[in-house]
Ligand binder design. Structure first.
Ligand code: ZN
Ligand code: ZN
Length: 178
């Protein structure tokens, strides 16, 4: 899918989803800023949130993963892995994170065991980020082989609503969380 942005000179420039948030050069010499992906999509009439809204609703209802066969080998299984789908990258507040890490380190040196009591860091919507943690049906035999993002992506695509989300956010990052 390609999009267009308008330069002040009146020319419209073709851009790709991967250009979102960056700038592209125009023949006239200007650098044209490319808006975030969701705004590109909205401008192209793509309904920026529909796949996300559908996914959220299904997660709330407990409709997922919606299949009883392994997403890798296709055998019947009740195994599950959880996958984080990180759509669009936000401006990361590294200062706060670093302070948090130092605090954590000091705590760890003083009371090593206390750190274990800290709750796991939650995923939040930060700036432009849209983050989903979704269940994926994967059997115990296939699960150990599923660490590479490309393999994860392929496995996610066996579930239609995940496919729709990945289609909507082509630069989404995916990772396993257990
Ligand atoms: Zn121009
Ligand atoms: Zn399997």
């Amino acid at each position: 899918m390609s999009y267009t942005v308008a330069c002040d000179c009146g020319k419209s420039l073709p851009v790709a989803a991967t250009d979102a948030g960056a700038s592209v050069p125009c023949d006239c010499g200007r650098a044209v800023e490319v808006p975030p992906l969701h705004r590109l999509r909205a401008a192209a009439g793509e309904g920026p949130l529909s796949a996300g809204v559908q996914l959220r609703t299904m997660l709330l209802r407990g409709d997922l993963p919606g299949t009883d066969v392994c997403a890798v080998c296709g055998r019947k299984s009740d195994g599950l892995v959880r996958v984080v789908i990180h759509c669009e990258r936000a401006v990361v507040k590294t200062g706060a994170d670093r302070a948090d890490q130092i605090g954590c380190l000091l705590l760890g040196l003083l009371f090593g065991w206390l750190v274990l009591l800290r709750p796991p860091r939650e995923y939040r919507v930060l700036g432009e980020d849209v983050v989903f943690t979704v269940p994926l049906r994967v059997c115990d035999r296939c699960a150990p082989d599923l660490d590479h993002p490309n393999d994860l992506r392929d496995a996610l695509r066996t579930v239609p609503v995940y496919t729709a989300l990945l289609h909507k956010y082509p630069v989404a990052r995916v990772a396993r969380v257990g």
